[in-house]
Design a protein around this ligand. Sequence first.
Ligand code: FAD
Length: 318
Amino acid sequence: MKVTDHFAKAKGKTLVSFEVLPPLKGGSMQAIFNTLDALMEFKPPFIDVTYHREEFIYKVRPSGYYEKAAIRKRPGTVGICAAIMHRFKVDAVPHLICGGFSRDETENALIDLNFLGINNVLALRGDARQFEERFTPHEDGHKYALDLVRQIAGMNQGHYLDPDIVNGEKTDFCIGVAGYPEKHFESPNFDTDLAYTKMKVDAGAHYIVTQMFFDNARFFEYVDACRNAGINVPIVPGLKPLTRRYQLNAIPRKFFVNMPKDLVDAAMKAGDDEAVRQIGIEWCIQQSLELKKSGVPCLHYYTMGDTDTIRRITKAVV
Ligand code: FAD
């Protein structure tokens, strides 16, 4: 079932969903099953699985020179989605990125998903690889998520890259895209970023999932700005709790979001990381309850492998 059909079926009730990461290469699928086993009691209608492109690493050769090598540390997104649907009978939402994919490879990946019965996808650009200054697309790939949305929406109309394919099967993907209550870090300003988000929706995106935020006021302002700009699709808040003191700097550095002063002050005063985690959990619960009260379609939690924390938050919220 499509993500947006789940929202419609819920008739205004706030759902909960989770995002999981594929295990590091060499790791076991059991790690994902363990995480989801612990979260299934909350009846998530869908589970997102992130996609990780290859990264560059530098290996020291016997000669002492460094060799640049490309590796994918977390492969397996599509397989994990199929396994989740098979084992839990829950819809899976694979993330699909522009980075590293030619348009042809994207088309083939979408055909795989379609044949597997996976008809949800979160369409993203992806970030620059480690040690790269900026995002560079595949030479025959997409530069922006907008172009990826257009390709998927085109397949929903039966359009494939090969012009000789006529009357191609129409796929039926429900397309999600990312939104940024505190603007995307590369964007010159909030309004420009919002205009590009509107283009993604106008091109066929069915719903938006936001970057994490720690101040609900930012989310409410974002939703208002979207509505004023004519973006009328469901907007799902993405949530991640603070769990360690070092994240006070690491999260803003990596995700370009602000931490409210009250949260920072409380975390700074906390005795140790466990005390920081308690503060982060309580903060995220309060955020979630307020968002739920405001009528958001779904609370989407970034688990990042920390099942216990996410479980405690969800238990207090549903
Ligand atoms: P875009 O929408 O393409 O926007 C990127 C930038 O370009 C923005 O500054 C935008 O304003 C600008 N822009 C957009 N369109 C145009 C245009 N036509 N012309 C000029 N400028 C334009 N990354 C992963 O690698 N794997 C994941 O699984 C993953 N999951 C994510 C899930 C969520 C909910 C979110 C919020 C992010 C996720 N990311 C993931 C990170 C994401 O890939 C990065 O934030 C990336 O930098 C931007 O992706 P996007 O899809 O928002 O890009």
